[in-house]
Ligand binder design. Structure first.
Ligand code: APR
Ligand code: PHB
Length: 401
């Protein structure tokens, strides 16, 4: 497991790219740069174990798989990941399979985000690249100049790292975006009036592929991590508390939202993780401020319905890594100048798709009978239109980068 370099006594005072955050975005960016000889330091406020304890979506687009291959960390993903050629939609018990492979010629890989993070973390540790975990009070300075720096506190001592570029990969609640004056940013947000209560259990999945279900009681999702570990979600009101949901109450609610055959087949077991995640759509513009660049959840949030969070972080990082390599190796700023607009073009299309899937499949408290009929009509149109199914499929497997 990666240990903080600070614990081994060597502390960097300079690097080319200071990366804030050791989640998928920060770690992938570090790998793509290190493999081309660019020096990076990652500052992460949590411990490695804490970062790995986060349970997140596990659907990887082919484009993100290619980036992980480029980063040299796709071996276990190819060995253990599950290839899915399609997914099922269920609407009040009616079922519709979306055949990604037939409609787009592409498939997705089901492989937990925790495993992606672990593979990236292990590769970085093996490379000897510097990661400083449990870095407190990270602060960003002078990024509007060509001599930016970052500071952090460890064991009560403040340390400073001079750099050429700062990459804000520190998630929605991070310090990078928060370091910007409000006037520098435009933000766009929609907070949904519900959350997802998720459960992880060591039982075989209820089906070979994922099932996204709409029911009058609310949305449900049947997913998985492996042939022996399943992940399930039910939509709950925003003010629900996880302590009010026993395992039995969860399983009963999930069964009510599935068709009888699937409910009958469901293998329930004790939860090894249970939590509620809020749903929001969020985008910050632009993504570049002098020598500071935002990527991943630091720049945007999508509701998990379209499984876009990790994949969007990966595409941001793919664009940013190319631009930084051009800057350092070809001495050209063209890529950096184009990064924000290029990433945002793809981000907004993923935001649209995630919002659409969420609008189709969830019960909105304020929706009237007309609105519910429109949701039903949307599903019926999908069921009868290969063209509509192809639109869903090409967005789900990921638009071209
Ligand atoms: N200083 C240092 N590190 C920080 C700070 C800070 N002030 N604030 C946050 N971090 C760290 C977090 O502890 C976390 O490990 O930044 C990391 C950000 O990682 P993520 O939140 O996972 O964001 P990202 O890497 O962009 O990955 C996006 O993660 O949240 C999911 O659904 C999302 O799948 C998507 C993926
Ligand atoms: C998951 O397995 O956690 C998962 C899968 C697909 C989604 C969201 C979450 O759209």
């Amino acid at each position: 497991m990666q240990t903080s370099t600070a614990q081994t006594g060597t502390r960097p005072t300079r690097t080319q790219v200071a990366i804030i955050g050791a989640g998928p975005a920060g770690l992938l960016l570090g790998r793509l740069l290190e493999r081309r000889g660019i020096d990076t330091v990652i500052l992460e406020r949590r411990s490695p174990d804490y970062v790995l304890s986060r349970i997140r979506a596990g659907v990887i687009e082919p484009g993100a798989v290619e980036l992980l291959e480029k980063a040299g960390v796709a071996e276990r993903l190819h060995k253990e990941g599950l290839i899915h050629d399609g997914t099922e939609l269920m609407f009040d018990g009616d079922r519709l399979r979306i055949d990604f492979a037939a409609l787009t010629g592409r498939s997705v890989t089901v492989y937990g985000q925790t495993e992606v993070t672990r593979d990236l973390m292990d590769a970085r540790a093996d490379s000897g690249a510097v990661s400083i975990y449990e870095a407190e009070d990270v602060s960003l300075h002078d990024f509007e100049t060509d001599r930016p720096k970052v500071r952090y506190v460890q064991d009560g001592v403040t340390h400073e790292i001079a750099c050429d570029v700062i990459a804000g990969c520190d998630g929605f609640h991070g310090v990078a975006r928060a370091s910007l004056p409000d006037s520098a940013l435009k933000t766009f947000e929609r907070v949904y009036p519900f959350g997802w209560l998720g459960i992880l259990t060591d039982r075989p999945p209820v089906a070979e592929e994922l099932i996204y279900a709409h029911h009058a009681r609310g949305f449900a999702l049947c997913s998985m991590r492996s042939p022996t570990r399943s992940r399930y979600y039910v939509q709950v009101a925003s003010d629900e508390r996880v302590e009010d949901w026993s395992d039995d109450r969860f399983w009963d609610e999930l069964r009510q939202r599935l068709d009888p055959e699937t409910a009958e087949r469901l293998q329930t077991g004790p939860s090894i993780e249970k939590s509620i995640a809020p749903l929001r759509s969020f985008v910050a513009e632009p993504l570049r401020f002098g020598r500071l660049f935002l990527a991943g959840d630091a720049a945007h949030i999508v509701p998990p319905t379209g499984a876009k969070g990790l994949n969007l972080a990966a595409s941001d990082v793919g664009y940013l890594a190319d631009a930084l390599l051009e800057f350092f190796l070809d001495r050209s700023s063209a890529g950096l100048d184009a990064y924000s607009a290029r990433a945002l073009a793809r981000i907004w299309k993923a935001e649209r798709f995630s919002w659409w899937m969420t609008s189709l499949l969830h019960v909105f408290p304020e929706t009237d009978t007309f609105g519910r009929r429109i949701q039903r009509a949307e599903f019926d149109y999908l069921a009868g239109s290969p063209a509509a199914q192809r639109v869903l499929a090409e967005n789900y497997v990921g638009l071209p980068m």
